[in-house]
Structures are given as structure tokens and as C-alpha cells.
Design a protein around this ligand. Structure first.
Ligand code: AGP
Length: 615
């Protein structure tokens, strides 16, 4: 959600900034803009729509030759996507340009105050308030860092801000509260960006900034301070993936590439995570073994696909540890007064580590003294930083808006956490844990096998495209997989898709079935809980009796399901609890193919942002 890039160095700033924005496109946006400064001049270009529109307007904009600038891709919150509302925004005298990610909650009050002073606003955005305030403060002493510090003291809400001033052409000043901002450190050049993908082509050296920080970059160096003006420092780290990870590598889309990266991503997430005594190794732990033993309740908080990973985890945690586990949408969690205390473990799952709903739920949990363990794919992001313990997934950068490898790696990490809890609390014997781990470690090869035979899934997807609606049903861990299959299809194909607990159909949703309605049924292994298997076969009969066309995702060799369904998609055999690592994969491919058949942009679906940094 909103991409932010700032640069100062020796290169042509316009090239670096546009390149960075292109690499942040995956975050989702509907307009884009740049501001460049050189020799007392500030040049601005901004356009609604994709980056191509902005690039086409650059000649006409007459931007100065510059080695210092800022750029922005905007995901509209306040004000429609338009040239006028696109960032950067200017101060009243045109001397300062500012870009913003987040929401300034007191913008109405600040705007009223500035208008009363006679300032005129040209956009409907909350951001323009910060630009106008910054211009006013900068006029006092001509120090952009000091001015930004005073502005931040007035703002409420979440924000990353970057600003440049016409008469300070070698400086970019940034600020962050609850929104992402990282620093890239090159030789004689510095970058500021929403995430490292923006500057990975130039440097792998980065600095993580704490909460409520102001950072100033010039060609000579950088300085960090807190919102009170006290000197501070960031945490340097090296990014361990390179440019090729952020490119398509021969695939037509990032989503297809990421689906096919899943065997490696899951294997990487498991690798080296079990020590000699069978304990899992968390990346950052500020909790003792005793803390883990004292836990008497688990809450999982997450959004979207990560929430679905949490739903699967509930089955595993309750089965393996016998600790009660609740799963809650992060956006609902803190508004319903959940009962938490020191012996509650909250597991926050977030690929980006920046999802505002999840972050706010995490903070609510910490306020109630609960312990928080996060599962994230983004080292140095806010959610892991604010957690008591962290287990990073190792999916590598996920560019496509629709999560695929993030989902599978979250499942793998969650299984590890469940087994860790079971072992540390003495609920499972070491050999029982090892038996599950052996199955887990065998899964990447099975995903690989599955991916080799996707053509029948694609055929079924294309054949279902004309219907305009697909329903998904499942039981037990198949239910969250059904929800995930439906989410993928909705977000990519823009058609009605819904996931149901198969047993619930007869309580209402079965009335949606008409002749030819495609229904995808996630069938559990007949070798697992055979009762579950029998029950879903009954549900398949129920929808077939009403005209549905049933596609069953079932275990290879499950001949009984083949008799009842119209089509089967076979997955390799797996223990019941681990099956989602396999059954989710054909649903991802199904959604990608059906959406492609409808001409959709599967990497950047309309209206969506990869990282949702507003509540
Ligand atoms: C699903 O395909 C989406 N990308 C979305 O539901 C996502 O999972 C959700 O916004 C949560 O993101 P997070 O994992 O980065 O917190």
C-alpha cells in the first residue's frame, strides 16, 4: 500500500526513483509521482494510473537534472485517484515537496487551522496538510530536519513521510510512525524506501529504523533522531536475497513464479529449524521455556490469507498441545474485549510484518500483558520487532499481490510452533514429534510432484470461467483451504467465489447451487479420519443432486471419491493435519488460470494492495 522512494547520490535521481517505484508496484497503487531538486529548483510530475502514465508525462513536466529526489505510488484513501490527489504535494510557496504513506487522523482539524491562516488547499488528501505544515515550519529556520520534527509532533495516525526542499538540493528527510521505512546504504549514496525491493539493484546494505524516527540523508551520510530531536541509531543488516529474486525469471507473471517456488520456500523455512534435541529454533526469543510452559491459551491474529493459515494452525495446536486456541481476524480482535493475560500466547501471522490491523491487534494483546510470537516473512518489519518471539518464514520476496508461497511457508512455520509447544510442555514424546517433522520435511518434494501435473487443473479452470461463480467446500483443515481457494479466486478473477464448511451447506448456502455450478470439494484422506471422508462424500452427493459440477481435490488412490465427483485433482498422500500444504496448491493454480482466461492482471488485481498499512 503506497510505495515510497527517496534518493541522494551521484546517479540520475529520476532513473533511480522510477526504478524503485517499479519494484514497489506490487504493493498496489492507483497514481504515481516524483519530485526532483537541483540548484534551487523543485520539479514535480504526477499522474493518475500506472507508472507508464507518469513516465509519458516527464518530458512535458520539464524536471531538472538532479541527483536527489523522491517518488511515490499512491493507493487512494482520502480523495479519488487523480492527478491532483497524487503525491508529491507541495507547500503553499512551492518550495517543499512531500510524499506520504498512511493516514493522518487529525487532518481535518489541521486543515481547518491552516485554512484559517489563509492557506489554500488544492487536493482532497490528508497528505497535503503535512506538506503545508512542513512548508510553514521550514520557513521559520530553513532546516528541513527540524521542520519535520515539529511537524511530526502535530500529526496523529500512521505515516511515513519523505520531503525535499528546493533550496536544500542534497537532502531528503524521512519520518516514520507505524508505517514502513528502511534506509539503503550505498557508496556515496543513500536510499529511503517502503521496502528493500526498491533499492536492491544498487545495494544490499540496509538500516532498520525504530518507531517514531526521523532520518536525514545527504551524499555525505545519514543521521537518525527520535520525534523529540534526540539522536538515535538504526539497526544495520544485509539483505540476503538479490535482484533475481525480485524478477520474473522466465515466468509470465510473478504469481506463477511464486507458485512454483513453493517447494523451495517451504524447504527453506524448515531448514535448520530443529536442534539436536528436537526443539525448534526461533529467530528471536524474549521468552523462556518456562514462559512457554505457563501458556494456557493461544490466540492467533491475522488477516486474509494469513488468517487462513491461522485457521489451519488451530487444528494442529489443539490436537498436538491440547491448549485451547482461538483464531481471530486482527481487525476484529481488539474491538471485542478479548480475555487475555500473561499466560496467553498470541501468535501474530503477517507476511509483510506491516499490516496495520495485525499490528494494532498485537499492541492490544501486549497492553493486556499477553506474550506475542510473530510469524513473518519480512526481517526488520514492525510486527516482529514488537513481538516477544519471532519465527521468520523464508519465502523470499513475494511480489504478486495474491499470497501463495507466503501461505505455505506460514503453514510450515505454524506447524513448527505447534510441535515446539507440544514438546516443551511434554504433551508429545520426542519420537512423535520427529514422526511429524519427518512428514513435514518430505512435503516440499510432494509439492514439486504436484506442480509437475497442473495441466488438468488449468483445463478445469478455463472450463469453469464462463460460469461466473465457484463454490468451495471443506471440512476440518479442508475448510480453511476452501476459504483460501475462494479468496484467491475472488481477488484475481473478480467473480463470486465462496468457501463453506461443507456441513453448513444444508443450513442455507445450498440454495446457491444451480445446474452446472462448479463446486470444488477439499476431500480429506480416507486413511485419516474416515468419518470425515464419509461426511464430505455425503456433502458432494447433496450438491450433485442439485446440479453442481463437482471437482474433488483428493488424495491419490482415493477411488471412492472418484466415483462421486465429476472430476478429481489428486494430491500426494499426507497426514491429515499437514494436507493443506498440498491441497492449497491446485486451488492457487486454478484461480490464476481462470483469472488469466478472463483477461485479469493476476499480479496486480484491481483495488488491492500487497501490504495493507492502514486500518
Ligand atoms: C491474499 O492473497 C492477500 N495478499 C491478503 O489477504 C494478505 O494475506 C493480507 O492482507 C495479510 O497480509 P500480511 O500477511 O502481510 O499481514
Amino acid at each position: 500500500m503506497c510505495g515510497i522512494v527517496g534518493y541522494v547520490g551521484q546517479r540520475k535521481a529520476v532513473d533511480v526513483v522510477l526504478d524503485g517505484l517499479r519494484r514497489l508496484e506490487y504493493r498496489g497503487y492507483d497514481s504515481a509521482g516524483v519530485a526532483l531538486v537541483a540548484d534551487g529548483t523543485l520539479g514535480l510530475a504526477k499522474k493518475a494510473g500506472k507508472l507508464a502514465n507518469l513516465e509519458a508525462s516527464l518530458d512535458e513536466a520539464g524536471l531538472p537534472e538532479s541527483t536527489c529526489g523522491i517518488g511515490h505510488t499512491r493507493w487512494a484513501t482520502h480523495g479519488v485517484p487523480s492527478d491532483r490527489n497524487a503525491h508529491p504535494h507541495l507547500s503553499a510557496d512551492g518550495g517543499v515537496a512531500l510524499i506520504h504513506n498512511g493516514i493522518i487522523e487529525n487532518f481535518g482539524q489541521l486543515r481547518g487551522e491552516l485554512e484559517a491562516e489563509g492557506l489554500h488547499f488544492v487536493s482532497e488528501t490528508d497528505t497535503e496538510v503535512a506538506a503545508q505544515l512542513l512548508g510553514r515550519e521550514y520557513a521559520i529556520d530553513g532546516d528541513l530536519t527540524e521542520a519535520m520534527t515539529r511537524v511530526c509532533a502535530r500529526l496523529e495516525g500512521a505515516f511515513t513521510l519523505l520531503a525535499v526542499a528546493a533550496d536544500d538540493p542534497d537532502t531528503v528527510v524521512g519520518a516514520r510512525r507505524n508505517s514502513p521505512l528502511v534506509v539503503g546504504v550505498g557508496e556515496g549514496e543513500y536510499f529511503l524506501a517502503s521496502d528493500v525491493a526498491a533499492f536492491i539493484a544498487y545495494t544490499t546494505e540496509a538500516i532498520e529504523l525504530g518507531q517514531d524516527r526521523i532520518v536525514t540523508i545527504t551524499r555525505e551520510g545519514l543521521s537518525v533522531r527520535d520525534f523529540h530531536g534526540n539522536p538515535s541509531e538504526g539497526r544495520p543488516y544485509s539483505v540476503d536475497w538479490d535482484l533475481t529474486a525480485a524478477e520474473k525469471g522466465g515466468y509470465e507473471t510473478f504469481m506463477r513464479k511464486e507458485i512454483n517456488e513453493q517447494p523451495t520456500a517451504v524447504a527453506d523455512t524448515l531448514r535448520g529449524r530443529i536442534d539436536g534435541s528436537g526443539q525448534i529454533v526461533l529467530d528471536e526469543v524474549r521468552m523462556s521455556d518456562q514462559d512457554f510452559r505457563d501458556i494456557d491459551k493461544v490466540f492467533i491474529i491475522a488477516c486474509g490469507t494469513s488468517y487462513h493459515a491461522g485457521l489451519v494452525t488451530k487444528y494442529a495446536i489443539e490436537h498436538w498441545t491440547r491448549i485451547p486456541c482461538e483464531v481471530e481476524l486482527a481487525s476484529e480482535f481488539r474491538y471485542r474485549d478479548p480475555v487475555l493475560d500473561r499466560s496467553t500466547l498470541v501468535i501474530a501471522i503477517s507476511q509483510s510484518g506491516e499490516t496495520m490491523d495485525t499490528l494494532m491487534a498485537l499492541r492490544h494483546a501486549k497492553d493486556q500483558k499477553a506474550r506475542v510470537l510473530s510469524i513473518s516473512n519480512t526481517v526488520g518489519s514492525t510486527i516482529p520487532r514488537e513481538s516477544d518471539a519471532v519465527l521468520y518464514t523464508r519465502a523470499g520476496i513475494e511480489v504478486a499481490v495474491a499470497s501463495t508461497k507466503a501461505f505455505l511457508t506460514q503453514l510450515a512455520a505454524c506447524y513448527l510452533v505447534g510441535l515446539h509447544l507440544a514438546q516443551i510442555r511434554g504433551i508429545m514424546y520426542a519420537d512423535e514429534v520427529k514422526a511429524v517433522l519427518d512428514e513435514l520435511v518430505a512435503t516440499p518434494d510432494k509439492i514439486n510432484m504436484l506442480l509437475k501435473d497442473m495441466e488438468p487443473v488449468r483445463d478445469l479452470a478455463r472450463a469453469s470461467a464462463e460460469f461466473g461463480r465457484v463454490l468451495f467446500i471443506g471440512r476440518h483443515v479442508g475448510y480453511p483451504v476452501a476459504l483460501e481457494g475462494a479468496l484467491k479466486l475472488k481477488e484475481l478473477a473478480y467473480i463470486h467465489a465462496e468457501g463453506f464448511a461443507a456441513g453448513e451447506l444444508k443450513h442455507g448456502p445450498i440454495s446457491l447451487i444451480e445446474a452446472g455450478t462448479p463446486v470444488i470439494a477439499i476431500v480429506p484422506s480416507p486413511r485419516g479420519r474416515s468419518l470425515l471422508h464419509d461426511k464430505i462424500l455425503s456433502n458432494i452427493q447433496e450438491v450433485k443432486a442439485r446440479g453442481a459440477k463437482v471437482i474433488a481435490v483428493c488424495e491419490a488412490g482415493d477411488d471412492i471419491t472418484g466415483v462421486h465427483a465429476d472430476h478429481v485433482i489428486e494430491t500426494p498422500a499426507s497426514p491429515t493435519l499437514l494436507a493443506p500444504l498440498l491441497t492449497a496448491v491446485p486451488l492457487q493454480e486454478f484461480a490464476a488460470e481462470l483469472a488469466t482466461a478472463l483477461g485479469r492482471d493476476i499480479d496486480q488485481p484491481r483495488n488491492l494492495a500487497k501490504s495493507v498499512t492502514v486500518e
